[in-house]
Design a protein around this ligand. Structure first.
Ligand code: XMP
Length: 326
């Protein structure tokens, strides 16, 4: 019968068999799938695994620390954190178009990740324990959606790392490929991962970069991070984390409105709350959440976040609105 204990035992044996004495790399995104895949592989092969986490500076408050501290504490994994904040900010400077932002963030992410990967490969070259495997948190629905089949990841090395082959061939390790999301969460829990990682709501890869309507700057990211942290804290305190699928918090950086705060007139930015209920993110409805929780979030954000003088609620379903604003 299916138990998380059996799944873990089977996968640990299978990973050991597949990887042998070679080494593996796993990219961590901060999301559930990559975290559970990494924890499972770590349990199987320990120090033969190195994880890579790219900090693009578009994460929410506490997320990078969660990976750096809590995930490492729970798993003992070897982690390489690449601080790429400057690089992403520079690449995004002057860009307001959502699709262009996405392209830039995706491109820079792959470059930074591959560079880190190449460094790990180079460090281990000639030790007889080559890096031959790439761990991915592919789930069963991902495989079904993409028409089935696994294979090798062909990582094109367009960076000049001396002595590396033009194309590095990694074999994939996909320990979650028979599981659904809720099963992945149970496995993660059984492996001792922190609740905040295991029960994490969906968050887009481009992060806060696509939650600032307008140009992405360090100041705006910091401001949005504060507002988002307040909203998340209050939603959690109100026990709404399960009812709400996700709640994007959006900064309308190009919009200003007049307000009055303290003894003076302000001319600040609005923050949008976008709480949605959904089964699969394909369609969604705006969550009819309690007014008193909305009031608390609004009061706290306007009091605590400089330059924000208005909080508005998005009451649009998907369709016609998407969940994210960009
Ligand atoms: P939309 O805005 O299209 O979002 O209704 C549907 C779901 O996908 C997430 N999302 C993304 N996830 N990269 C991601 O990894 C992206 O570029 C991206 N855009 C949207 C969104 O948060 C929601 O869960």
């Amino acid at each position: 019968s299916w138990t998380t204990g059996n799944v873990i035992e089977e996968q640990v044996a299978a990973i050991r068999e597949q990887v042998g004495t070679k080494r593996a790399i796993c990219g961590l995104s901060g999301g559930v799938d990559s975290a559970v895949a990494a924890a499972l592989v770590q349990k199987a092969i320990g120090s033969q695994l190195t994880c890579v986490y790219v900090d693009h500076g578009l994460m929410r408050k506490g997320e990078t620390e969660q990976v750096e501290k809590d995930f490492v504490a729970a798993t003992g994994v070897q982690l390489k954190v690449v601080d790429a904040q400057e690089r992403f900010l520079t690449a995004l400077a002057g860009v307001s178009d959502p699709e262009e932002k996405r392209k830039i963030i995706g491109r820079e992410f792959i470059r930074v990740f591959e560079q880190a990967q190449a460094e790990i490969v180079a460090e281990s070259a000639g030790t007889g324990e080559d890096v031959a495997f790439l761990v991915q948190g592919t789930l069963y629905p991902d495989i079904v959606e993409s028409g089935g089949g696994t294979g090798t990841a062909n990582i094109k090395s367009h960076h000049n790392v001396g002595g590396l082959p033009e194309d590095l061939e990694f074999e994939l390790v996909e320990p979650l490929r028979q599981l659904f999301k809720d099963e992945v969460r149970m496995v993660g829990q059984e492996l001792g991962l922190p609740e905040e990682i295991v029960q994490r709501q969906p968050f887009p890869g481009p992060g806060l970069g696509i939650r600032i309507v307008g140009e992405v700057t360090k100041e705006r990211l910091d401001l949005l991070r504060e507002a988002d942290a307040i909203a998340r804290e209050e939603l959690t305190a109100a026990g709404l984390d399960r009812e709400i699928w996700q709640c994007p918090v959006v900064l309308l950086a190009d919009v200003r409105s007049v307000g009055v705060q303290g003894d003076g007139r302000t001319y600040g930015h609005p923050i949008v709350l976008r709480p949605v209920s959904s089964e699969d993110a394909m369609t969604a409805d705006w969550t009819r959440m309690p007014y008193d929780v909305l009031a608390k979030i609004s009061t706290r954000i306007t009091n605590e976040v400089a330059d924000v003088n208005r909080v508005v609620l998005d009451v649009t379903s998907k369709p016609p609105g998407t969940i994210e604003w960009e």
